[in-house]
Design a binder for this molecule. Structure first.
Ligand code: CP
Length: 348
């Protein structure tokens, strides 16, 4: 059975811990031949700085090779609907694309953001699921409606900063921040998922109930809390949410009730520019660390002082993308080859 890395929630805690441990080893010793002769197609439907660079270099540093494809730009536009008469813009169907790539490469990474028109459609994650359905090699989510690679990089950065792999009991605030555009909920969904999985006491801080995340991810978080012994609460009060926090993680996202009708959401969002992460808010924390997935608009989402503070671990988190993705690629490739991954990943 082909294992994919579509969401951390699909992997056991032991599997995630093993990947994190391997990532820490790769950080200490970056070069090797664990992916010698292996290749990965990196399919980007959206821009990237960190993801593309870290996947390409990660494959290279372990003796593998990455091929970047941008459908609609340097590769043919792809159709994902079934039964469609393809007389429009798309030139080939995902059924052929995924099968053909599977004959060439050992893994396929996919970045496909929502189209931001209809959340009931976007929440199906059809591009990623289409690749997973038709590919005969492992598929890696490089950010669609979740961002599992970012989750692991984030956790590794927290483990490093706190000097322990056990993050249980840390007070974790996931705060919405203003942004001039309505953005993807992927990183917020992911942060909520992994923070609860790691047993932290999590507060989702957002302006109004309309900014609460999709029920799927709220449900995952609730299930994780039940298993991990952490906690989850939603707050709209900045002062109480920041009080005593060990971790502040910032992200902006669009309110799901207004999905595709951003003109209606914009005046609401515009009222909450004060959700910016600044020194005054961070002063309420327990000498807390700050992070963000990047890219980040300075002095919109977080101030220069917060970004330049020694308590900001966003650069460590970005670096860790390289290490965790190497560990994920090695685990998937070894499992697909029928070899012991050494990372404890098995059939689920
Ligand atoms: N955080 C992240 O995925 O960065 P990029 O969008 O630059 O890849």
């Amino acid at each position: 059975m082909t294992r994919h890395f579509l969401n951390t929630q699909d992997w056991t805690r032991a599997e995630l811990d093993a990947v994190l441990a391997q990532a820490a080893r790769f950080k200490r010793s970056p070069a090797g031949d664990a992916l010698k002769g292996k290749s990965i197609a990196l399919v980007f439907f959206n821009p990237s700085l960190r993801t593309r660079t870290s996947f390409e270099l990660g494959a290279f540093q372990l003796g593998g090779h990455a091929v970047v494809l941008q459908p609609g730009k340097d590769a043919w536009p792809i159709e994902f609907d079934l039964g469609t008469v393809m007389d429009g813009e798309t030139e080939e169907h995902i059924a052929e694309v995924a099968k053909v790539l599977s004959r060439y490469v050992d893994m396929i990474g996919v970045r496909a953001f929502p189209k931001f028109v209809d959340w009931s459609v976007d929440r199906q994650d059809r591009v990623l699921q289409g690749f997973a359905k038709y590919a005969t090699v492992p598929v890696v989510n490089m950010e669609t409606i979740t961002h599992p690679c970012q989750e692991l990089a984030h956790v590794l950065a927290l483990q490093e900063r706190f000097g322990t792999t056990d993050l249980r009991g840390k007070k974790y605030v996931l705060t919405w921040t203003y942004h001039p555009k309505a953005l993807n909920t992927a990183v917020a969904n992911s942060a909520l998922t992994i923070a609860t999985r790691m047993g932290m006491d999590v507060t989702l801080l957002c302006p109004t109930p309309e900014y609460v995340l999709d029920e799927r991810y709220m449900g995952w978080a609730a299930a994780n809390v039940a298993e991990s012994g952490g906690s989850l609460r939603v707050s709209h009060d900045i002062d109480s949410a920041y009080a005593g926090a060990d971790v502040v993680y910032a992200k902006s996202w669009g309110a799901l009730p207004y999905f595709g009708d951003w003109a209606r959401e914009k005046p609401i969002r515009d009222e909450y520019r004060h959700f910016i992460v600044d020194e005054a808010k961070m002063a309420r924390t327990n000498h807390g660390v700050f992070s963000h997935c990047l890219p980040l608009r300075r002095n919109v989402k977080a101030t220069d002082a917060v970004m330049d503070s020694p308590d900001c671990i966003a650069i460590e988190e970005a670096e860790n993308r390289l290490h965790v993705q190497k560990a994920v690629m090695v685990a998937l490739a070894r499992h697909h080859d029928g070899r012991d991954s050494g990372l404890g990943i098995g059939d689920s």
